[in-house]
Design a protein around this ligand. Structure first.
Ligand SMILES: [Zn+2]
Length: 677
């Protein structure tokens, strides 16, 4: 097929999709529960047809139904796609220069497919035996009306069961939101199986504005679960440099959490949601359904007892696959706000390694939109059974005892992401200096001298950061001991340490922080600036938090510990940056996957964000000198204060400070896989 035909083919498929549905929306009034039910119970229409050499396409995907049988698929009364069984072939191409290196890496390391060079891009090809194609329109070209095909019911049922095990936002949520929020936007899903790989294709012009191809893989401990591995994902109707904002923004969270002395908790959370750029009838929010304790063999369940509007009336919802879909009775208009109350309960208080604390971390233990929709103030009350005491971000309103309970109430007045709650057999000391209260909490009897040492270290770093970055963003800062640092985001006004930090002899917290406890403290404290004052709108912009925090840690190490410590840190950055630079550009660090050797993917990701990113910033520093570089950092903090930052904005600030053109530098070494010497 020539390029021109392929493109017109694509265009036709998309236009059919968009037109059929936008026309239909005007006529029938559709409700959330009905639409959700229709898309949950997709069915074959009843007549199977023989097909031969039929092409169907969307975006950069072309499927050829070589020979077999196909039958229209209906959601309620609407034909929304087709199911095919027989022999066919798939071709997906990408020529997006940003993603090419990581597409090649992920396809090679995670599938039995071989990406092949195609013009300036890559093509991924496979054969298949079955396809479920959904785009809300009757996309069944060239169906011979009189040639009856094979009965497909059994195969269709089996296909639905299999793809129903994919651990991702359910198809019914996706299409219900598309149908009721943005039916004029292209929205296509193809579930392809029977070839070398099972593949899932999604073109989302409505919500995420991306076109993606995933391979599917069985879980290790739970083989009945299928997990997606992203092979390609590129902006659709958007671009890499501009963040996509969700249909709603979470602007305030007010919750009361009551924790038993076991693993159960009850949570009542009232959320204020602000309307995005178009009226929204269906809100999709992340909300964990099943989480795991120590392993996948210890499942914990979060249940939604009800969702209620301002008047206390129940609101229709569906909670599945770590997502809650909510059907609003009246669409939320752009700029308008709505408050919803969620009543939740579950056995989700997990104590790592049987230790005497639990944490509700940076995962979605309360309903929340994508990163760029998390911009909320917090008012929180947490009640835990004695002897546990609660800890969480925010300015303390009250810390009291009520009978058998220890109670903490706090407020976060600035908009934040990553709210957390912990409780345990903690003891803490606190002190206020330079307007900031530092609280060091540990959960086993610790040497008071070690606690005071950590307190002094935190205060010193905060004082230094205030000097070169501006006022510390929160009135209270908690240094909290936990069992295992893991790799969550830095919560507002909180940093975590492990018990090693209390040990005056061995103070190397882990391999990543080559300069030990000082670097870790400097890095985590810098996150209060890079992560909360300047926020990342997506994981593609994560260097704004990780690399900038690490660069600032380097400056603190240099100023408080000496030049030779900084020099050896720089050497580590450069070495590790070189190691990972070819695999992906920094913005796609989080996309690297390697199922045969997961540690290789982890290393590449961390080296890009914690070594190559700081190395780029250090290169800028060496080019423009220390004074101008500190001006640049301070200027970013001032210009982007309490906003979502982007690399484009940071580049503009740098150009304003230096009066130089930095585009070639960013294009080659940030957006590309280049590496400055
Ligand atoms: Zn970090």
């Amino acid at each position: 097929m020539t390029k021109a035909t392929r493109e017109s083919c694509r265009a036709v498929a998309l236009i059919v999709c968009a037109l059929v549905f936008s026309a239909r929306t005007g006529h029938s009034a559709v409700s959330f529960p009905e639409t959700l039910k229709d898309w949950s119970w997709l069915a074959l229409q009843g007549t199977s047809h023989q097909v031969r050499d039929v092409r169907v396409s969307a975006g950069h995907l072309v499927l050829t139904l070589t020979s077999g049988s196909a039958e229209p698929v209906v959601a309620g009364d609407d034909v929304v796609g087709f199911f095919f069984s027989g022999a066919g072939s798939l071709e997906y191409t990408t020529d997006d220069p940003l993603e090419l290196p990581v597409v090649a890496y992920n396809v090679k390391k995670n599938t039995g497919l071989t990406p092949t060079a195609e013009g300036k891009g890559l093509a991924i090809r496979d054969r298949f035996e079955e396809v479920l194609w959904l785009c809300g329109s009757a996309a069944l070209p060239n169906l011979p009306p009189d040639a009856a095909g094979a009965a497909l019911d059994a195969r269709f049922a089996k296909h639905r069961e299999k793809f129903g095990r994919v651990q991702a936002s359910p198809l019914a949520h996706q299409f219900t939101a598309w149908r009721l929020n943005a039916p004029d936007q292209p929205f296509v899903r193809a579930e392809v199986s029977g070839g070398t790989e099972d593949l899932l294709y999604a073109l989302d012009g409505a919500r995420r504005k991306t076109e993606s191809l995933y391979s599917l893989r069985k879980g290790d401990a739970l083989p009945d679960r299928l997990y997606r591995t992203v092979l390609s994902s590129r902006p659709f109707g958007s671009d890499w440099r501009t963040p996509v904002f969700p249909t709603v923004m979470l602007t305030a969270v007010d919750f009361t959490l009551t924790a038993s002395d076991g693993k159960d908790m009850a949570l009542s959370v009232t959320e204020t949601l602000a309307g995005g750029e178009r009226p929204t009838s269906v809100v999709l929010l992340d909300l964990e359904e099943t989480t795991f304790g120590r392993s996948e063999l210890d499942p914990r369940h979060l249940r939604v007892k009800g969702v209620f509007d301002e008047t206390g009336a129940p609101v229709a919802f569906d909670h599945a696959k770590n997502e809650i879909a909510i059907g609003l009775r009246t669409p939320l208009a752009p700029g308008a706000t709505i408050t919803l109350r969620f009543e939740l309960e579950g056995d989700v208080l997990y104590r790592p390694e049987g230790d005497s604390y639990w944490m509700l971390g940076t995962d979605a233990w309360f309903p929340q939109p994508d990163l760029s929709g998390q911009y909320y103030t917090v008012h929180a009350t947490v009640k835990v059974k004695k002897p546990f005491i609660p800890l969480m971000p925010g300015t303390t309103v009250r810390r009291v005892q009520e009978g058998d309970w220890n109670v903490l109430e706090t407020r976060v007045e600035k908009p934040v992401q990553f709210m957390v709650v912990l409780a345990g057999k903690y003891a803490f000391e606190e002190a206020t200096k330079d307007g900031v209260t530092v609280r060091v909490a540990s959960y086993a009897m610790k040497n008071p001298r070690a606690i005071r040492k950590l307190m002094t270290l935190a205060q010193k770093i905060i004082a230094h950061d205030q000097w070169f970055l501006g006022p510390f963003p929160f009135p209270e800062f908690n240094v909290i001991e936990i069992n295992d640092l893991g790799w969550g985001q830095a919560p507002p006004g909180v940093m975590f340490i492990t018990s090693e930090a209390f040990n005056p002899i061995g103070d190397s917290t882990n391999e990543l922080y080559s300069k030990g406890i000082n670097e870790r403290f400097a890095h985590e404290i810098a996150h209060q600036y890079w992560g909360h004052v300047v926020k990342m709108p997506s994981f593609e912009e994560q260097w704004l938090t990780e690399s900038f925090a690490e660069m600032c840690a380097g400056i603190v190490i240099r100023d408080l510990r000496g030049k030779s410590d900084f020099a050896s840190l720089q050497a580590v950055w450069k070495l590790r940056a070189r190691d990972a630079t070819a695999i992906a550009p920094i913005p796609l660090a989080n996309r690297i996957r390697n199922h045969t050797k997961p540690s290789a993917a982890w290393t590449a990701r961390t080296y890009l964000l914690y070594a190559k990113g700081p190395w780029l910033l250090n290169t800028v520093r060496e080019k423009i000198g220390d004074r101008k570089f500190l001006d640049f950092l301070r200027s970013c903090q001032a210009t982007l204060a309490w906003r979502f930052g982007t690399t484009e904005m940071v580049e503009k600030v740098l150009e304003a400070v230096t009066k130089e053109d930095w585009k070639p530098f960013f294009d080659a070494d940030y957006w590309g896989t280049g590496m400055p010497e």
